[in-house]
Design a binder for this molecule. Sequence first.
Ligand SMILES: [Zn+2]
Ligand SMILES: [Zn+2]
Length: 484
Amino acid sequence: MNIRIDCPQCGGKIDFDEKSFVIRCDFCGSTLHLAGKNHICHFRLKPKWTQRRATHYLSELLRKKFGENVKLLKLKLLYAPYWRIHGTVFRWIFGKKLVKAVQSSPFGSYKEDTKKLQTKLLDLSFPAFQGLSFGLQSLGVRTSALPLLIFGNVPNEPDTFFVKTNTSFQDAVKYMKAFANIGLEVIDIDPELDDTQEVGEQYSIVYVPFWLIQVLAGDKREVLVVEAISHSTVKKLKRAEIGNLKKLLLKPDDSTSLPALKFIPFKCPECGWELPFHPYNSVHICKTCARGWFEYGGKFHRVNYRLAEPPAKISSDKTVFMPFWRIKVTITTKTRIIKSMSDITGKGYQPYRKSLLSSGQDVPMNFIVPAFTIKNSKAFNKLAAMLTANPSSYQFSDEVNPKKQKFGGVSLTFSEAEEMCRVVLLSLIPPFARKAVDELKEAKFKFSNHELMYLPFQAERLFLRDVHTGFAIQKGSIYLQETD
Ligand SMILES: [Zn+2]
Ligand SMILES: [Zn+2]
């Protein structure tokens, strides 16, 4: 999905992918950081025609369809709000699977412990107004085909109105939860634990333009609503719906108070130099003063980060520092509080790296989740589970030199990493470990000590290899945005 804005410097049009954090104007070259992405942003789609052209076209259409009997009297432009939600869904199912006996087998059919992870990208939309219908239940392909405009600046033309949102954010969350599992059904497992987690959900409101048409049909006045982009839906409003619509109508003037995307200059607040430009990065490391920054509430805030030192034998020009969130997790179950690795060893969870546990140290429950996007959600989870289960004792370096070192870009927030922790923990439980599965059913997770940590990876031809564990990720599966 693309968003289109007018460059605040030169007025030129800038189109950018909705996943971007930083944008650059092709006309004047200015670089800007988006602010307010963590709010529910309001967008609108543009009608295909101007009011004059639409009047002409729709009159013709009515005449062709109904002859001289039906006449267009008046036309108004109406924007109606739709919730749009996107993110990733992870669904873990633990349970029993029927294994059918082979005919010659002396054993009968039996049930086997099993587990399965299902994932999907979530992209849902539905009307954010109740009490009337315009015949359009979702945005469909409209948002992938057309750029979204920021809602705050609807031209204040006569006969333009918008429908007030009367479906709350809480309702939208409920709706999303009801649809999260669709397409992730598993038919061959008798579930004992069914755990769905949405990660990185973003909520926005998209206003779709409709033409509200008053027609004279014989001697009766009727109100029709036609979707104003593809003109694919036509709906006759019932009397009660017209009454409801009147209660929900607002003038465009009222739209200026809606939260919209804003822009801040892309400069280091400490030393004033321009930060390195990478559209999908959310954490920016200044090349001059090496400080890390992220935007929140329209301002840059410091991010503390640490660099794990690669072993001496790795040549530094092949090292890429990939970002990870390290989060300490405390789990409260019905019967106990899990705080350290020793609380879960031998309790049905997968064995952790023995060398660390036998060192006698009390190893805290630190979860390590990639702060970069891996296109395949299962591979993303696998890397997180692998690093969490095999904690290395990293030596952190004091020497950071962003002019010489290569960094992978941070595109996931720490709250997305928090949402991943449950998925990761369930990955660490073997399918037969009933005790652990039962324990986690109603467990509460608490997060603390968040830290951004860069781990050294060695660049090979097609892979990046974690120099501590040897685990490799395909270069093609990540958006590698090293700062050069
Ligand atoms: Zn510009
Ligand atoms: Zn700086």
